[in-house]
Design a protein around this ligand. Sequence first.
Ligand SMILES: NC(=O)c1ccc[n+]([C@@H]2O[C@H](COP(=O)([O-])OP(=O)(O)OC[C@H]3O[C@@H](n4cnc5c(N)ncnc54)[C@H](OP(=O)(O)O)[C@@H]3O)[C@@H](O)[C@H]2O)c1
Length: 324
Amino acid sequence: MKALVFTKYGSPEILQLREIDKPTPKENEVLVKIHATAVNDYDWSMIRGKPYLYRLLFGLLKPKHQIPGMELSGIIEALGTNVESFKVGDAVYGDISTYGFGGFAEYVCINEKALVIKPDKMSFEEATAIPHASALALQGLVDTGDIKKGQKVLINGAGGGMGTFGLQIAKLYDAEVTGVDTGDKLKMMTEIGFDHIIDYKKEDFTKNGQIYDLILDAKTTRSTFDYLRALSSKGKYVTVGGYLNRLFPMFLLKPWISIFSKKRIHIVALKPNKDLNYISELFEAGKIRPVIDGPFNLTEVPEALQYFGEGRHQGKVVIVNNTP
Ligand SMILES: NC(=O)c1ccc[n+]([C@@H]2O[C@H](COP(=O)([O-])OP(=O)(O)OC[C@H]3O[C@@H](n4cnc5c(N)ncnc54)[C@H](OP(=O)(O)O)[C@@H]3O)[C@@H](O)[C@H]2O)c1
């Protein structure tokens, strides 16, 4: 089978399209023929080995996982002896990062728990764009943020994967949603229904006098005190990721903030694939749709990664497997 392999850290061009053995599933694994995959922050960080802290996860001197790719959709071709949830021929999708990586390939063997059935109405391209970013948005806004009907919500980093799902989930609660991002993404954000748009290169939303009941952040680009200023008296700030120099002080300050104020600060630790069947139901009911950038071919992954890393993408960067 063909796979994009890297054996040392470097820029995305370090990935090589190689012919390698097709894997055989272990007891609890399924063999999936991958139809589509997507680019995520983990892939961008894993290939470069940066930020360096990530090397504790991905391998100190060289990468532990040699094929990146953590989201996929495809068809099950073979089953391990103990697999109970699927049969050969099932169309599936999921975030596989808990059990390994390997989405940038024609096939992968992965624990059955990493996957759910793909609804017929959902294309493979749509399916692969959904699991990671929709889970971040749902867990950020609902599980952690406890969003309430009609709240004023702001999403920082709103034009990427998490933010575009965040808007659609917040709208299920009739929220008034402001999106913060920049460049070409602003037009797309208006089209998909953000009520207000802020270009972060032109305006600092923490200094314009507006306040929000709930802030969901993909990037953590401001200081904890800046965010507190932009919250209503019982407002919540929820971040799913971003710069360590911002996250670390936030982590230290948040217990003190909850003693001296009714405002709350939360840092989400993602539970991959939690509520993915609920997301499938929302999709089938026409209530959420991924914003897809691409699709690119498997051979174009290095370019797609660079494009993602430079923040030029809109929504989710999708890769389709159509190698000859
Ligand atoms: N919590 C967890 O357990 C967990 C697990 C996995 C991943 N994550 C994190 O979750 C986040 C996923 O977000 P995503 O998939 O939506 O990422 P994404 O697709 O890269 O979107 C982030 C958006 O933020 C924008 N942005 C950059 N700088 C900004 C600024 N100063 N102000 C406002 N927006 C800015 C980017 O645009 P430009 O670059 O063009 O400016 C981009 O459009 C990542 O930070 C990832 O590391 C968290």
